[in-house]
Ligand binder design. Structure first.
Ligand code: NAD
Ligand code: TYD
Length: 378
């Protein structure tokens, strides 16, 4: 079947992996990458597909309703995979307005443009799909222990539903109530509500997924993993927030892209799916793994860069723990993560070390100023 799909935010970290997967896997589809190219968008992330005949890039702000609507009409769009967003919690603390504008108003503009366009067609919403990519952060934060105060040995790739049940620990399910804490997660939560409202009010065929922290190639180096790999390489301080005890549930980005493919094609309209790899790590434990891996790959003595660890003032409102229960997706659509964390981290560290030019390009200019300012405030 031929399809014409807009992928928003396709020049960003996750979006570029989704664009690559769809352009290569579905030569019969037309893939339109709609991206404003903010500081986080980078066409160098898509060099390998930019000349593909089924690919088009359009530089556009999702808030520009008229232009988005025109593009949908021109391209006869029947599917939207919406990733464009402001995505960094620390930035949202400094500049919440931008997050409300892009994540809330931008999503609303996209929803309304799709509604207006699709309602002009004889078949209306038939065969259409509006797929909104969200985050586990909308659910708030979980405790590090069970109600009896028993902690889980978090540094383990064996963490699983059974493991959590044994300790009586919680994780986020599709039924968990929304309790966002940061301006980022509050804006994402609001956009999720708008997407569901468009289904409930107008019958728009929507799907929402909430995924845990992603890692892998092409992530902007303001996020923990690429920032720390680059800092270790250059022997810069590693700013660990608080005690480094916060827990995140990490998923390799290509596994997220594969989940998006499966859900876009086979997910049920109006459903929510959680996406995660049952892979919880304390920040400080990941940091030790990163130091060990970078040092080994650069031929430095083991532990040589441990002294770069620098504990700094905690992030305001720092969520303690995220953990996703993705059993619904596994059960209903048969998706499973393909990579073990050790393998994924090794691939990721190698990629950043081998792609220093990419890193140098994205860390020059404006980024330098941002980075210096972040550090000056600590
Ligand atoms: P990113 O910051 O790397 O990329 C965002 C992209 O959106 C950039 O290319 C940027 O240019 C574009 N963009 C921003 N504002 C825009 C606008 N107004 N109009 C058009 N384009 C705009 O983000 P990411 O980490 O790839 O995240 C993508 C999506 O996945 C986001 O919606 C995010 O909330 C969600 N998500 C991210 C993670 C994660 O760990 N990174 C986890 C779960 C969900
Ligand atoms: P981040 O990559 O910003 O993702 P998120 O906040 O969306 O989970 O941060 C991951 C974890 O690492 C989070 O607990 C905050 C922590 N962190 C640091 O300790 N130092 C840093 O410099 C950064 C960027 C993050």
């Amino acid at each position: 079947m031929k399809r014409s799909i807009i992928i928003t935010g396709g020049a960003g970290f996750i979006g570029s992996h989704v664009v690559r997967l769809f352009v290569n896997k579905y030569p019969e589809y037309r893939i339109i990458n709609l991206d404003k190219l903010t500081y986080a968008g980078n066409l160098a992330n898509l060099k390998d597909v930019e000349d593909a005949p089924n690919y088009r890039f359009v530089r556009l702000d999702i808030c520009d309703f008229d232009a988005v609507l025109r593009l949908m009409l021109e391209e006869h769009v029947d599917g939207i995979i919406h990733l464009a967003a402001e995505s960094h919690v620390d930035r949202s603390i400094k500049d919440p307005f931008t997050f409300a504008r892009t994540n809330v108003m931008g999503t609303l503009s996209l929803l309304q443009a799709a509604k207006v366009y699709w309602e002009t067609l004889p078949e209306k919403f038939e065969g259409k799909r509006f797929y909104h990519i969200s985050t586990d952060e909308v659910y708030g934060a979980l405790a590090l222990t069970n109600p009896e105060g028993v902690p889980s040995p978090f540094t383990t790739i064996a963490s699983s539903a059974e493991h959590h049940a044994a300790y009586g620990l919680d994780f986020f399910t599709e039924q968990t109530k929304y309790q966002p804490h940061s301006p980022y997660s509050a804006a994402k939560a609001s956009s999720d509500h708008f997407v569901r409202a468009y289904h409930d009010t107008y019958g728009m065929p929507t799907i929402v997924t909430n995924c845990s922290n992603n890692y892998g190639p092409y992530q902007f180096p303001e996020k923990l993993i690429p920032l720390f790999i680059n800092n270790i390489r250059h022997r810069r301080p590693l700013p660990v927030y608080g005690k480094g005890e916060n827990v995140r549930d990490w998923l390799y980005v290509e596994d997220h892209a594969r989940a998006i493919d499966v859900i876009f094609h086979r997910g049920k309209v109006a459903e929510t799916y959680n996406i995660g790899g049952f892979n919880e790590w304390k920040n400080i434990d990941i940091i030790h793994v990163l130091i060990k891996t970078v040092d080994r790959l650069l031929g430095r003595p083991e532990g040589a860069d441990e002294d770069l660890i620098t504990y700094v003032t905690d992030r305001a409102g720092h969520d303690l723990r995220y953990a996703i229960d993705s059993r619904k997706l596994q059960r209903e659509l048969g998706w499973e993560p393909s990579l073990q964390f050790e393998e994924g981290i090794e691939k990721t560290v190698r990629w950043y070390l081998e792609n220093q030019e990419w890193m140098d390009n994205v860390t020059s200019g404006e980024y330098e100023k941002y980075y210096e300012q972040m550090y000056a405030n600590r």
